[in-house]
Design a protein around this ligand. Structure first.
Ligand SMILES: NC(=O)c1ccc[n+]([C@@H]2O[C@H](COP(=O)([O-])OP(=O)(O)OC[C@H]3O[C@@H](n4cnc5c(N)ncnc54)[C@H](O)[C@@H]3O)[C@@H](O)[C@H]2O)c1
Length: 343
């Protein structure tokens, strides 16, 4: 597993996207999102995606050099058509607009449709937190999750992120799929021939299973269905996101494609409370949580985002990001192939 210096990894990936047809602006926005996912320890949404995205470019699913378009707008809200360019670029641009609206009016909201996979949602909510705003993001995605009580794949893994600025502490950063785990985690267990815990997956008959082979993403013969987190409560949140990203954004519910329908919102804290008072209350809550008596089996209590910030710090101190041998070799091969096809 090679440890790649962050700047070298950034440069390699940007070059791959440029050779695959992206503009410089697109390559920069996209790769910054992917690298940040690696730095936060969310490798499933990091540079590894480059292999899949370049395939999508080849097949015409992702259209490079595409400018997202605002199709409807008022002083608070906007609807953005991603025109099937890079999802990260459309959502980044929509969030920039949301933040500028919130600066003027106290709130900004956007939905994005015709939007390819947009990666780690926390990237966008943190953009708001850095401006002393509370950022919200949610997206529906390909149907792989059975609602509570069902065995059918109807909902997406539907991620949710909320970022909240703090004072002495780094922002609160909630950012997760609303399925217990993603399909990628089950595929990893398949590759490693490991059993999975009960509560992650149902087999085709709707029985809880520990066999990862009961899950076959995107294949017809054996489906299996991921389970939502938190029983009927998590299932309800997953369904609400399906509606925000699917029905409200206009990108369709219960998707059969790989894209995202996205909902974004930013609240300007200063409109509601003086920002410094707000931040000191958030700090106080984080302190209470950090100093609280530990439950049996726990040595530390973490607040959302804390593990990601620690991971980033440790990777930066080590000077690089660990990339699986297989992924690294594929990236180098892709770079070589794209260089040849440009000649
Ligand atoms: N675009 C898409 O379609 C899509 C779909 C699914 C997931 N995602 C992204 O994938 C990434 C990973 O999602 P995931 O569901 O695997 O995340 P995860 O299960 O690792 O959960 C991460 C969240 O839980 C918090 N957390 C983790 N352990 C904790 C602990 N011990 N104590 C307190 N808090 C803790 C983290 O700080 C973070 O907020 C996210 O960035 C998400 O946005 C995107």
């Amino acid at each position: 597993m090679p440890e790649i210096p962050i700047n070298s990894l950034r440069e390699l990936c940007e070059n791959i996207y440029l050779k695959a047809g992206a503009s410089e602006e697109e390559a920069k926005i996209l790769v910054d999102n992917l690298i940040q996912a690696n730095l936060y320890g969310h490798d499933s949404h990091g540079v590894l995606r480059t292999i899949e995205y370049c395939n999508y470019i080849k097949n015409g699913v992702i259209k490079p050099k595409t400018e997202p378009e605002i199709v409807k707008e008022n002083e608070f809200a906007l609807i953005m058509d991603g025109h099937w360019g890079f999802g990260q670029v459309a959502v980044y641009k929509a969030m920039k607009k949301v933040i500028s609206k919130a600066k003027k009016t106290s709130i900004g909201v956007a939905v994005v449709f015709n939007c390819n996979h947009c990666g780690m949602l926390g990237y966008y909510t943190l953009m708001a937190a850095k401006e002393d705003m509370i950022g919200f993001a949610a997206a529906n995605s390909v149907a792989m999750v059975a609602p509570y009580g069902s065995r059918e794949r109807i909902l997406g893994t539907n991620p949710l992120s909320i970022a909240i600025p703090a004072g002495r502490h780094k922002p609160f950063l909630l950012d997760f799929a609303t399925s217990v785990v993603s399909g990628g985690v089950i595929e990893l267990a398949q590759a490693r021939r490991e059993k999975i815990p009960l509560g992650w997956l149902l087999d085709d008959e709707g029985r809880p299973t520990t066999n990862p082979e009961d899950y076959e993403a995107h294949k017809e013969e054996k489906h299996g269905a991921l389970l939502p987190f938190g029983g009927y409560k998590g299932s309800g949140i997953c369904m609400a996101i399906e509606i925000l990203g699917g029905a409200l954004a206009g990108s369709g519910v219960s998707k059969t494609t790989t894209d995202n329908g996205v909902f974004l919102m930013a609240l300007d804290v200063n409109f509601f409370q003086p920002i410094e008072e707000f931040k000191s209350e958030v700090d106080r809550l984080i302190d209470l949580i950090k100093k609280s008596k530990k439950a049996q089996g726990f040595t530390e209590v973490f607040y959302p985002g804390e593990l990601e910030y620690r991971k980033e710090q440790s990777l930066r101190e080590k000077g690089g990001i660990f990339i699986d041998d297989e992924v690294w070799n594929k990236l180098l091969r892709l770079d070589g192939e794209l260089s040849k096809s440009r000649k």
